[in-house]
Design a protein around this ligand. Structure first.
Ligand code: FES
Ligand code: FES
Length: 155
């Protein structure tokens, strides 16, 4: 079926069956490959994108359920990677293999929208569903704390 989706601020038309996961629409039909496939079962967080600012697992989100909600992927955070969370990630040198990182960043962005000054336990609770095989968890925490500071300074 044909449908219109609001992706990163642009209306995109796609032809897909309604039960196709949003992840495949993003990656295969729209070539937005920053969002990753990990488990396909809502367990790892690699596929996290935002729907109207809330983090969702795109691997288990049928595209027909998206409707008019705004989809934001890692590509939509900023045109040049200068979103405060991306800057903090770079400064804290978080990334190892990188595979889980767009999901981590999207989760962190949503946390900071909700809680601009998160405690360590807020950070742990929000990020606990994002699995990193490289074990970057300590640097992820550091980057979220730094991003919170950058964001407050940016406003
Ligand atoms: S790929 Fe979606 S949660 Fe793992
Ligand atoms: S950086 Fe490699 S899986 Fe997280």
């Amino acid at each position: 079926m044909g449908m219109k989706l609001d992706i990163n601020g642009s209306v995109r038309e796609v032809e897909a069956s309604g039960d196709m996961p949003l992840l495949w629409v993003l990656r295969d039909l729209l070539q937005l490959s920053g969002t990753k496939y990990g488990c396909g079962m809502a367990q790892c967080g690699a596929c996290t994108v935002h729907l109207d600012g809330k983090p969702v697992r795109s691997c288990v989100t049928p595209v027909s359920s998206v409707g008019a909600r705004k989809v934001t992927t890692i590509e939509g955070l900023s045109p040049d990677g200068s979103h405060p969370v991306q800057r903090a990630w770079s400064e804290a040198d978080v990334v190892q293999c990188g595979y889980c990182q767009s999901g981590q960043i999207m989760t962190a962005v949503a946390l900071l929208e909700k809680k601009p000054d998160p405690t360590d336990s807020d950070i742990d609770a929000a990020l606990s569903g994002n699995i990193c095989r490289c074990g970057t968890y300590e640097r992820v925490r550091e980057a979220v704390r730094l991003a919170a500071k950058l964001k407050r300074g940016a406003k």
